[in-house]
Design a binder for this molecule. Sequence first.
Ligand code: TNX
Length: 538
Amino acid sequence: MHKINVISLVLIVVFAVSMWSCADTSSKLTENGIIPKPLAVTDAKGTFTIDKETKIVISGNPAEISPIISVFQALLRPATGYELQVAADMSANSILFELVDGSADSAGEYDISVAENGIKVAASSNEGLFYAVQTLRQLLPASIEGSQVATVALEIPAGTIKDKPEYAYRGFMLDVARHFFSVEDVKHVIDLLAMYKINFLHLHLSDDQGWRIEIKSWPLLTAVGGKTEVGGGEGGFYTQEQYNELVAYARDRYITVVPEIDMPGHTNAALAAYGDLNPGIIVPTEGAIASEGIELGVKGVPTPLYSGIEVGFSTLDTDNDVTYQFVDDVIRELAAMTPGPYIHIGGDESHVTELEDYVPFVEKAQAIVTKYGKKSIGWDEIAHAKLEPGTVAQYWAKAENAVMAINHGNQVLVSPATKTYLDMQYDSTTHLGLHWAAYIELDDAYNWDPTALDPSIKREDILGVESPLWSETITNKEEIEYMVFPRFAAIAEVAWTRQELRSWESFVTRVKAHMERWEVMGLNYYQSPTLADETLQP
Ligand code: TNX
């Protein structure tokens, strides 16, 4: 009896000490769980607690700052029930949001300083203030992500955070062509991207299996080309109204949409809609693999719809004026729905377009994009063409193509398939995804440096980093979540945080804190064995 009591006493003491040391750990700002990791963090004494009496104070043009205040209020509302009020002056319990003057290259920068009597947030742009809000969010307990009111203290340890993105373009690509995803699903993705300070959403809007954006001057693109998807499901498309809604939803979260029309290959859905675009080459029949069921396309005749996952079998007729009228109309309508600077013209895997046809096609498509006031992005193969100033080559497969673009004086967006492709399986047991490029575990997605991919690709040549999710095997929101998390957290940090500040050990601790958030958010994330607690291993 006595012995048992002593043991319990010892256990209680051990437990209390470990709880105390936990509490102590979580009370330091430098030991935060922020992803992507900020530029610099310091500690100070004390903590600040947000409660229902906390006031928000604005410094700067209220009309400019109020959207950010709404984001902050909305963030706190579901899990706290608080309706934080705006006050004119600072008090002993306030959060100041201040817009300050800044230079052109300070986009996205922000400072936070937390003291016992309040928080000050300063940035030279709304975007910076928005990122500061995302950082504050991550400093609050995971329960803040819940949709039910929970009583937890909203304590933030005192100290300062200075932050600034490394790359100007931090992107995610969603393939809505192989499988179609609803407006609601895309909004959900946008919400998740915003949390990780992503500022570009590239939508892969057309491919062999589907055309997903209404083009009023070519209505069959969606009426016919939008009718199916991989596996033969019903597919779908966005009306221009719905698309504009997505663009606005993203813009409210400081995310710019980059629409992609993949050309001249990956165009079977367009060829199925309009036979005039079809040069008459070999196309696989519905659901066929390359070696069987091959059918000869007939010039000028629509191809059958396609729901398999082969690539590289289709091409627009590059030697036909109708094709350029088509490209002009599509880009014109798309540019009118695109407030951002870029239109993506695809250009990958045009295996059945002769190089002598491919090069002038890309140059013409690029000129059309320029005519409508936008800059082109294309997959790295476009470097075979003469690129205009400002055109960006997206390096996914061949460093030599990226280097060719750089030698033309153009920048590259890095998306190496072996590191950033979120449709790659985690390992051979992953029930979703492909593995033609690699198996990509969480540490593979984290442990690489965009400036070390090739000796000829230097920091100044890199516009940014983008992580694509191709959807041949991905059919719904839960599957998107599974492939994206936790790897996307790694890529977001590669894009935001300078190389010398990143470390896998630090990332592991922080991503574990995010797993708690994902639990509360109900995300279907992958439990990476790279995060398994070593002390629990045999
Ligand atoms: C290659 S990446 C493709 C896509 C596929 C992807 C599957 C690129 C530019 N082309 O068409 O969906 O592989 O991983």
